[in-house]
Design a protein around this ligand. Structure first.
Ligand code: LER
Ligand code: MN
Length: 271
């Protein structure tokens, strides 16, 4: 299993569960702590200097584990289910560009569909799901040549009302070959009977994993049983990235250090 952490490529945002500090400082620390990759949450993919970013990651020996996209929603209000066709179109354009970046930078070639799916905003849920499906269909069609895997993430009810559980995500995921499940321990602690059971439900469909405690701090700073989580992931055949998506408290340095130590020290036990 490989370990990454989420970094927000942005000066200002209300998004809390990511590292936010000067990029080179963060890359240097992650390299020294033994991280394999970094997940980058990018607000506007058209404003990224991809060559420079790619070079920086390479210099510090880190892969791009995935691109997350929630900041396009948090910072600019873009979503695949927005009531305005124009805004939905813009969100689709962003996803196509995210996919281009993911396939250019060395790494997993994966793009997260998290908060940028939007919210129902009072519309019938079925109609909103249709919009989401249509958006995903267009994105997959237009990115066919680069083979990017898209990751649909069930998110807890306090952040969205569209797809909160694995059971709700699976029918959609089964419809498309390049759409996989993003299992997030924090959201499943809120939404499922337990985050451990959720892994069994997702059997065979997990394409990526976000890890944080019940309180959304780094693994090791809360109540979850990480040995059980890692063991179950391996048992259902998931052996790729686990990406720490946690609130950087007491400091981002401590969050990264405790997170990777907790996970790394358990891995030899569960294999
Ligand atoms: C995004 O990966 C996520 O987990 C959301 O909860 C963003 O807050
Ligand atoms: Mn997540």
């Amino acid at each position: 299993m490989k370990i990454a952490a989420v970094y927000a490529l942005v000066e200002e945002t209300t998004f809390k569960a990511a590292v936010r500090a000067p990029l080179l400082e963060v890359l240097d620390l992650m390299h020294r702590l033994g991280f394999d990759g970094i997940e980058i949450n990018i607000p506007d993919p058209f404003k990224v200097d991809v060559t420079k970013l790619s070079k920086n990651l390479k210099n510090y020996g880190l892969e791009l584990s995935a691109i997350s996209t929630g900041l396009s929603y948090v910072n600019y209000g873009l979503s695949l289910t927005h009531p305005s066709k124009e805004v939905r179109g813009k969100s689709i354009e962003f996803f196509i560009k995210y996919s281009e970046i993911a396939s250019t930078i060395e790494g997993s070639n994966k793009v997260v569909i998290g908060l940028a799916r939007g919210k129902s905003e009072g519309r019938p849920l079925n109609d909103v799901i249709q919009l989401l499906k249509e958006g995903i269909r267009v994105i997959l069609e237009k990115t066919e040549n680069n083979g990017t895997i898209f990751l649909l993430e069930p998110i807890n009810r306090y952040e969205t009302d569209i797809i909160n559980t694995i059971d709700e995500a699976l029918p959609l995921i089964k419809e498309y070959k390049r759409l996989k499940l993003l299992y997030d321990t924090y959201h499943m602690t809120i939404e499922d009977t337990s985050p451990y059971d959720a892994i069994l439900k997702a059997d065979g469909h997990i394409g990526y994993v976000h890890v944080a405690e019940n309180n959304r701090l780094a693994p090791g700073m809360g109540m979850l049983d990480w040995e059980r989580i890692l063991y179950r992931l391996l048992r259902v055949g998931y052996n790729d990235y686990v990406s720490i998506e946690a609130i950087p408290k007491p400091s981002y340095e401590e969050m990264l250090r405790t997170g990777i130590w907790t996970l790394r020290s358990l891995l030899p036990k569960v294999i």
